[in-house]
Design a protein around this ligand. Sequence first.
Ligand code: C5P
Length: 218
Amino acid sequence: PGEGPLAGRHVLVTAGPTHEPIDPVRYIANRSSGRQGFAVAGALARLGARVTLVAGPVTLPTPSGVTRIDVETARQMADAVQAALPADAAVMVAAVADWRVEAAGQKVKKDGGAAPALTLVENPDILATVAAGPDRPRLVVGFAAETEHVVDHATAKRTRKGADWIVANDVSADVFGGEANTVHLITADGVESWTRMTKDEVAEGLAQRIADALQGTA
Ligand code: C5P
């Protein structure tokens, strides 16, 4: 620590999916690999930031210089994020499950009768909570995975969630689990569409922009 444009800054990053248990042996998951979020954490650390990475269940190595906190569910992620504040910036890359299951305490058994119904309960929105909270980081960045009307949906999401920036991902292509990404950076000033590049390059570009945005701030 101590070198680079983000020296002395603390940046909080979320990454990966969450797993929402159905019972002690089953869960609901999503296709997030964690790669983009881990790349962002690594890029921020290379610029000198102290990085706390709150990671859902993924099989990725911890980027060098990053403090990693592993969680499983959205609620655990929300708690870990609150515990990691304050931060100068927060970058929420995780694909948090929108719903959790009203989980059974014991394994649900097949008993020859009707299939069990799952009752879904909405999870807390971690990004919106952080953006509205008393410890709001100076810069709050969200991601948005969209399959259509990418910029419009992400622009609306920026305002609705109280984020400063949204990085909008077009996931109609092969983004999940892949190496490449096509993103648009949406800020209060408008939209910047980046060319298709690797997730590492997206991370480098974003980390640099975060460094620029924090430069000269207290
Ligand atoms: O609403 P949507 O899930 O598309 O929003 C995506 C953005 O919001 C991402 O930055 C994601 O990390 C964040 N998010 C969150 N908590 C949730 C849902 C999404 O932090 N429960």
